[in-house]
Ligand binder design. Sequence first.
Ligand code: ZN
Length: 234
Amino acid sequence: MGLIIGSFLNVCIYRIPKGESVSFPPSHCPVCNHKIKWYENIPVFSYFILLRGRCSSCKNKISLQYPLVEILTGVLFYIFYLKFGYTLITLKYLVFTVLLIVGTGVDLEHHFIPDRITISILVVGLITSFFTIGFESSVLGAGSFALFYIILYGYGESTGYEIMGFGDVKLAMGIGAMVGFVDLYTVYMFINIAFITGAVVGVTLLVLKLKTRKDMVAFGPYISLAGLVIAYIS
Ligand SMILES: [Zn+2]
């Protein structure tokens, strides 16, 4: 199920930032408009075995992002299922995973996280809290997870040295509403995981000269990763 939904998430990552419909028109090659046949659309298999990374019509390369997003979605679905079984918590975290993957994909490519994603995470977190973690925990989580990012955002706005975008604040708030408030140590871990992984990847990219200091960095993916880890362990 994760692989199939992952395939659809690729469509969302590509179309949502353009404001296009995710259901119409049907999938096609962006270069030659070739309509993707059902057997060319089987997750992972079609890309590696059938098409070997190229459009069957014009032979242009298809991004490796497509199978990677499918595999990532499948693996994360499986991990949450192993941890929480057939429960409402699992279902909630599958929706959470889906939204974070689309947000991450868009942020990496366009350097913003759509409101449709962050607000959805917040709303789903608050609504499902009545049946899972409790509304109070959800509201406290939203506030405490967002607080540090609000301070960073405010600092950036007042000094002109922007560290965080407001999308990051909304994302952290949504994640807090999803996983709820456990204790201050968890909030501390949530911030640490994002900043440590962000720093490690950032420094690696600089050392490998894949990015320079002037490049825009998307921080949403690291906040998302931290959110998934906290959801799993708490
Ligand atoms: Zn093509």
